[in-house]
Write a protein that binds this ligand. Structure first.
Ligand code: SAH
Ligand code: AVI
Length: 328
């Protein structure tokens, strides 16, 4: 039996290269305004990350299993083409799907270092340990931080970095945020590096609606957990019993929108700001957008961010896309 001794998985914080609003700033600007909204990144405390992981297994939530199957089918082509020294994954979460790439790496004896980058340290340590256990050759070096706070301190090696942004998380940005983020990734990359981007596709509204309104109520719980985050981090007193999960497909914008809607008049105290906030019955907070792409809008997004498309893998019925791109 092999006797590899591996060091403990430790998350290294990434020093921001630009300032981003704090939770206090986002609550002040996002909740004390006519159209209330908060960035989706605040979902992902330990509980939120666990709930997202459960969403991925819900029968209605097709994106994870569809992208997983697509990655499994294309893993060999991706790895043979990229032959990476390093794989850097933004918003890696539980790092489940990437196993297909590591299987392909094992097959062709390509042994990259894996650098997951996420706001939630807990999931990276847990999944990092599982990966290191399964792939004895794998070095896992997680980075902890907010990927919207600049990528200038990401340790790219010279030549053959495979950067990845999976799960359709690009859809949680607005169009301009998405282009800016992809441009920042592009800036990091050398001529031989590649980006693997996973994106959800436009499809029948009923399918989308069901995916964000699972019968078991896990997505509702994920959405409502945001109120627990605010209560804890901002010393607020949101009563989650008075709020309800509301998700719908907006066909004009090709996006799912998730909201938390207040079911009665409610006065919420946000002690950390020393302010109170009055919700009228029916008032809501938009907590997430999840944009859906056509083949064309996805490829255009990448081109506008300075990429050229190498391969576009599509699942059956075009439910989901994986695009391998390189700097143009
Ligand atoms: N890529 C995984 C997880 C997607 S969920 C998959 O395909 O299943 C989105 C992930 O991005 C979560 O793990 C969340 O913690 C992380 N995340 C969200 N906003 C982030 C930010 N601003 N900076 C870093 N990680 C972020
Ligand atoms: C992480 N992201 C791509 C998920 C999505 O589908 O937009 C987050 C999510 N929200 C509700 N369900 C899943």
């Amino acid at each position: 039996m092999d006797t590899y001794v591996k060091s403990e998985i430790i998350c290294r914080p990434v020093r921001p290269t630009k300032s981003v609003p704090s939770l206090t700033d986002d609550v002040t600007s996002g909740l004390f305004s006519a159209r209330k909204q908060l960035p989706a990144k605040y979902f992902y405390d330990d509980r939120g990350s666990e709930l997202f992981d459960r969403i991925c297994d819900e029968p209605e939530y097709y994106p994870t299993r569809t992208e997983d199957a697509l990655l499994k089918a294309s893993a060999h082509d991706i790895i043979a083409n990229a032959n990476p020294l390093q794989i850097i994954e933004f918003g890696s979460g539980m790092s489940r799907k990437i196993r297909h790439l590591f299987d392909a790496c094992s097959e062709i004896e390509c042994y990259p270092t894996y650098i997951p980058f996420d706001v939630c340290d807990d999931v990276m340590v847990k999944s990092g340990n599982e990966l290191a256990e399964k792939y004895k050759w794998l070095e896992v070096a997680p980075l902890s931080g907010d990927y919207t706070a600049g990528l200038g301190n990401i340790p790219v090696v010279s030549g053959r970095n495979l950067l990845m942004f999976l799960g359709g998380t690009i859809g949680n940005f607005t169009e301009s945020q998405g282009i800016d983020f992809l441009r920042e990734i592009r800036e990091l990359m050398g001529a031989d590096d590649q980006l693997l981007l996973g994106a959800d596709r436009v499809k029948a509204p009923e399918v989308l609606h069901a995916a964000y309104n699972d019968v078991a109520g896990i997505t509702a719980e994920f959405n409502l957990n945001l109120l627990d985050v605010l209560n804890r981090e901002m010393c607020a007193n949101f009563d989650r019993e008075n709020f309800s999960h509301y998700a719908f497909y907006n066909p004009d914008e090709n996006q799912i929108e998730m909201h938390l809607v207040c079911m009665c008049d409610e006065n919420v105290r946000i002690e950390a700001l020393g302010r109170s906030l009055l919700f009228k019955e029916g008032d809501g907070i938009r907590t997430e957008i999840s944009r859906k792409f056509t083949r064309e809008t996805l490829e255009n997004l990448l081109r506008r961010a300075g990429f050229e498309i190498e391969f576009h893998f599509e699942s059956s019925m075009q439910l989901f896309s994986l695009v391998l791109a390189r700097p143009a």
